[in-house]
Write a protein that binds this ligand. Structure first.
Ligand code: GDP
Length: 193
């Protein structure tokens, strides 16, 4: 059935966001790398399955090979299910994401978040970037403009509200994300008519 998938580095707040969306309790702050399998849940407010994919990227205590395997599994899942995935939510940590992207940008290196963003779009899956932990961000507009820039979206970010959704999952303030997701769901239903 139709799916909305959640992807993101570990520790960005994916479990916290899942809890908000589904009402289930998840182990937040659990040992990174533990969630290895895709998990499926009903999204309370919508008639879709929410799929939580394992966190990717650096995880303390997780060897490089395992990290690579996790990423390969995520990519394989997305490729296999691309047809039924209506929207992907890429969760990032608003406080850390720019530093992480800039640290990993170079001639031979594409940061995971940037790579995932383009990979999903190349597969024709609309992406909503849920920029989490905005409660820790002071220079909100600057930070979100910088993120647009790193993702190849022309700032200002306010022009991209269907793509860039600042949230604070911990406090349950996630409306920009749910609205952006609904926007894409409705677009696709209209296309199907
Ligand atoms: P996951 O590894 O992506 O599933 O991340 P978790 O949901 O386990 O969250 C990782 C850490 O970030 C936990 O300590 C959460 O309490 C914290 N966290 C999650 N959402 C927010 C948020 O909106 N603001 C702040 N300040 N912390 C958050």
């Amino acid at each position: 059935s139709a799916e909305v998938v959640l992807v993101g580095r570990s520790n960005v707040g994916k479990s916290t966001l899942m809890r908000e969306l589904t009402g289930h309790t998840f182990d937040t702050g659990q040992r990174p790398g533990v969630t290895r399998q895709p998990n499926h849940y009903d999204w309370n407010a919508e008639d879709f399955v929410l799929t939580d994919l394992p966190g990717f990227g650096f995880m303390k205590g997780v060897p490089d090979e395992v990290r690579e395997e996790i990423k390969d599994d995520i990519v394989a899942y997305l490729e296999t299910h691309a047809e039924q995935i209506l929207v992907a939510v890429l969760v990032v940590d608003g406080k850390a994401v720019i530093d992480i992207i800039d640290r990993h940008s170079g001639p031979d290196e594409i940061p995971h978040d940037v790579e995932m963003f383009h990979f999903l779009r190349d597969m024709g899956i609309p992406v909503v970037v849920a920029v989490n932990k905005m409660d820790k961000v002071d220079d909100r507009d600057e930070r979100l403009d910088a993120l647009c820039d790193r993702l190849g979206l022309l700032p200002p970010w306010k022009q991209w509200q269907e793509t860039i959704a600042p949230i604070t999952a911990k406090r349950g303030s996630i409306d920009p994300m749910t609205e952006a997701v609904r926007h894409h769901l409705h677009e696709q239903q209209r296309d199907d008519l």
